[in-house]
Design a binder for this molecule. Structure first.
Ligand SMILES: Nc1nc2c(ncn2[C@@H]2O[C@H](COP(=O)(O)OP(=O)(O)OP(=O)(O)O)[C@@H](O)[C@H]2O)c(=O)[nH]1
Ligand SMILES: [Mg+2]
Length: 349
């Protein structure tokens, strides 16, 4: 491409971006135009100020149309069969007349350069079907940032009329806690006979699960899977009772054979019915809204402080004073913060 062609291309791109407008995008999304939803999520992920402005407008405009889906989190160690499960389970949902969106949170994507859904191979058939939207994990500097974008993507998918949002996350680190705080139903996939420690599954994650499914219950593995399911069902009775009145269920399934996937869907439906009737469904959503408000506020405050170059010198000086034992870490932090506040007050005057 020579310089003139490059300039033409850049100008066209600029024009296209300038033509983007939140209200237009929303009306296209409401008409179920997938490309409008893709563009909307791209704007959300963009670091450009003008893109972010449109994205924020779009989220505000989308709010009245959002909230009407069932949000399902799916977690488990790498290789447990999450993507294959979503491929097969997705078809069960489509047969039930649902429109489904699949999103992902992948804490490792930053390092591997890819993402869980980067290779969509295991969702090949699903990704070609009507009424399906699949979007890989957004890239981001922090898990908090990625999680926030995923949560905003949920709202956009809902405004675009999707009934079920599936969120795949790898069962390591903090990502499942993040996903748990944005879904209605949390599904933990597990392997039979691999040992809890091997699977990196901590008791805390099992306690978060609304249902536990032993995957790959086919061939020689069926008996082992059934036994594991019974053992987990017994173990879950030992957990403190859930305030929503729901007792987590352990099941087996085979995504490859398409076994027991309807049963998983029925379990989710009865959970939704039960928690809607006893008020927990909306109560949990309110708790989550409040949580995300506070998380975003914290992020904004932290960004404001740490991205402000004028603080760099004071922070560096305080750090070396702490290391040299000249001042305690607590006092150093208070001093730096006070200097910052004084500076803020000074700029207001
Ligand atoms: N026999 C059998 N194999 C399965 C089943 N589900 C998944 N697998 C196989 O298990 C392997 C891992 O499946 P994935 O769906 O990619 O697992 P994942 O949890 O999404 O993995 P990551 O995205 O890497 O975390 C693949 O080779 C699948 O073919 C099943 O129901 N039965
Ligand atoms: Mg996967």
């Amino acid at each position: 491409m020579n310089e003139e062609q490059l300039n033409n291309w850049l100008n066209k791109r600029k024009e296209r971006r300038e033509q983007l407008n939140a209200a237009d995008l929303l009306s296209k999304m409401r008409l179920q135009e997938m490309s409008a939803l893709s563009t909307a999520i791209t704007l959300l992920e963009s670091t450009r100020k003008d893109d972010q402005k449109i994205a924020n407008e779009l989220i505000n405009l989308s709010l009245p149309y959002s909230g009407n889906s069932i949000r399902i989190g799916i977690t488990g160690v790498p290789g447990v069969g999450k993507s294959t499960f979503i491929e097969s389970f997705g078809k069960v949902l489509l047969n039930a007349g649902k429109r489904i969106a699949v999103l992902a949170i992948d804490p490792s994507s930053e390092f591997s350069g890819g993402s869980i859904l980067g290779d969509k191979t295991r969702m090949e058939e699903l990704s070609l079907m009507d009424n399906v939207f699949i979007r890989p994990s957004p890239a981001g500097k922090t898990l908090g940032g990625v999680a926030r974008k995923t949560r905003e993507s949920i709202l956009l998918c809902e405004a675009a009329g999707f009934d079920i949002i599936l969120i795949e996350t790898v069962g390591v680190g903090q990502s499942e806690t993040m996903v748990h705080s944005m879904v209605d139903f949390f599904l933990l996939l597990m392997l039979a006979g691999a040992g809890d420690e091997l699977q990196g599954i901590k008791r805390g994650i099992m306690e978060m699960a609304d249902s536990l499914v032993i995957t790959k219950a086919d061939g020689d593995n069926i008996q082992k899977a059934k036994l594991a399911s019974r053992e987990y069902q017994n173990a879950m009775h030992l957990f403190p009772p859930n305030p929503n009145g729901w007792i987590a269920k352990a099941m087996t399934c085979s995504s490859v054979q398409g076994e027991n996937l309807e049963q998983v869907w029925q379990t989710i439906e009865s959970f939704i019915n039960q928690t809607t009737l006893n008020g927990w469904f909306s109560k949990k959503r309110h708790i989550q809204d409040k949580f995300w408000f506070q998380e975003t506020l914290k992020d904004l405050i932290l960004d404001r402080f740490f991205l402000d170059e004028t603080n760099e010198h004071e922070i560096a000086q305080a750090e070396s004073d702490v290391i040299d034992g000249k001042i305690s870490s607590f006092q150093a932090a208070e001093n730096v913060f006070q200097t910052y506040i004084n500076k803020q007050n000074g700029t207001k005057l």
